[in-house]
Design a protein around this ligand. Structure first.
Ligand SMILES: C[S@@+](CC[C@H](N)C(=O)[O-])C[C@H]1O[C@@H](n2cnc3c(N)ncnc32)[C@H](O)[C@@H]1O
Length: 445
């Protein structure tokens, strides 16, 4: 009898732990509140006592990761509102800590700081990848300031197929804020990883994300050293990005929506945002946005002018090459960031980027840019000495069959072969899976 009671108790404990864990990973990853897998019967289990309610807080808004790398303020507030609502609906007695925490959040003023937030992705072994991202899917005219589903999908696939990348030189195109690459660097035994993108602000935040996740030893050290704040120049740059994001945030629904290239309907927090962009338009957007008078750091370079682009990276963490376009991580010189615009890359760039494997997530969405992308793929896939079997794996959310077909036709006309690979079997990240995501393996004959 006692044994059965004990096992019931431990089953219940395990169940509660599992529910809390699921809630926690979704919250830290900033899964839109109304899409959270959070059933009423589960809530009833979790909020039955004041102690359990406190554990819900500890797993979410008071979680140590949330304190260090918080999701957006509006997101945390909406979560607490929903929690209180659920508790009241269930007729549970709401404990003081819940009200206090909610009130504290309500009293915080949303400002420029809140244009950037942290999304914390949980790896299968429990560690987090904490990325600083824009709260809006399209900001500063680029799609690169937030992580897209295809990046999460490709990262999941990599987690299940680490051998494909073992001891390889990997180059990622249009890497955005770096989720796929950080996961590869943490999970696979690679020879080197080169993150590439063409947008100045994306590259700046990418560098910070890499430092946070691949260069710094542990959370406590980060806090102690103040490493997240960087030097004065970086702080200025960060302020400028936040200010620009806050100035342009209203345009996400307006100006961005008037751009011609439609991507998708996506969820940001609790609002549906029609996401449209062409990254090439980001050049125009950046140029059109006047720099602040009091700032001397140019964060919106003319990225159309290759010679003028210099990566803005912390001298404490990165070594810049003489062109200013390739930065090597000091803590791990196998990791590099490279400015690379598919529309302007000459053979020289492709030669410098020695790759066994090329990765790309959500880089096929703008028909006008497909020819340059495919041309670069062909250059990078060209067999080299000792490198006969180069491969590219490109993950795309198939929102528009015509765009996908245009990509496949362009691949064939460049003489490249392709096949669809089997996607990941397990769910590690909490992204929207309604629209199909396809991973193509591409090879040169
Ligand atoms: C939809 S985002 C995907 C970002 C990231 N791979 C992900 O899935 O989260 C497209 C990325 O491609 C980059 N990009 C677009 N056009 C580019 C070009 N011509 N050259 C280099 N990168 C480009 C953008 O800056 C952006 O980071």
């Amino acid at each position: 009898m006692a044994a059965s009671c004990d096992s019931k108790l431990s089953c219940r404990r395990e169940h509660v732990d599992e529910l809390l864990d699921r809630l926690s990973t979704q919250f830290l990853e900033m899964v839109p509140i109304r899409k959270m897998k959070w059933k009423d019967e589960e809530t009833a289990v979790l909020v039955a006592t004041a102690q359990l309610q406190q554990r819900v807080l500890q797993a979410t808004v008071l979680h140590p990761v949330c304190r260090l790398h918080p999701p957006a303020l509006s997101y945390r507030t909406t979560f607490m509102k929903q929690l209180v609502h659920k508790l009241e609906q269930l007729g549970a007695e709401v404990c003081d800590e819940v009200y206090e925490t909610y009130t504290d959040l309500l009293m915080q003023r949303e400002d420029e700081e809140d244009m950037l937030c942290y999304k914390n992705y949980t790896l299968p072994w429990g560690e987090k990848v904490s990325l600083q991202e824009s709260v809006n899917l399209v900001s500063q005219g680029t799609t690169g300031l937030s992580t897209w589903q295809a990046a999460q999908h490709l990262a999941e696939w990599v987690l299940e197929n680490p051998d494909i990348l073992r001891e390889k030189q990997v180059v990622e195109l249009g890497c955005g804020l770096g989720l796929t690459g950080v996961v590869v660097c943490r999970a696979c035994s690679i020879q080197s990883y080169t993150f590439t993108d063409c947008h100045a602000q994306v590259l700046f935040l990418l560098a910070k994300n890499i430092e946070r996740n691949l260069a710094l030893p542990c959370a406590d050290n980060r806090l102690a050293s103040g490493a997240e704040n960087g030097c004065a120049r970086e702080r200025k740059m960060m302020r400028k990005i936040k200010r620009q994001l806050s100035l342009t945030s209203d345009k996400t629904d307006g100006a961005a929506a008037s751009a011609s290239d439609r991507i998708s309907n996506h969820d940001v927090g609790d609002t549906e945002v029609e996401v449209m962009t062409s990254p090439t338009k980001s050049i125009t957007t950046d140029l059109e946005e006047k720099p602040e008078e009091d700032e001397d750091v140019s964060v919106s370079e003319d990225i159309g002018n290759v010679a003028g682009v210099r990566l803005e990276v912390s001298a404490a963490h990165w070594d810049l090459d003489e062109t200013g376009q390739i930065a090597t991580l000091r803590a791990d010189p196998s990791i590099r960031i490279c400015y690379l615009n598919w529309e302007q890359c000459q053979d020289r760039v492709a030669e410098q980027l020695e790759a066994d494997v090329i990765l790309g997530a959500d880089v096929v969405y703008d028909p006008s840019i497909i020819p340059s992308l495919v041309c670069l793929l062909r250059q990078l896939l060209e067999p080299g000495p000792g490198k006969p079997n180069k491969k590219a794996f490109i993950a795309s959310t198939v929102r528009n069959e015509d765009t996908r077909d245009a990509f496949l036709i362009a691949l064939s006309s460049e003489g490249l072969s392709y096949s669809v690979v089997e996607g990941p079997q397990e769910v590690y990240f909490h992204y929207e899976r309604m629209v199909p995501i396809e991973i193509l393996e591409i090879t040169a004959p």
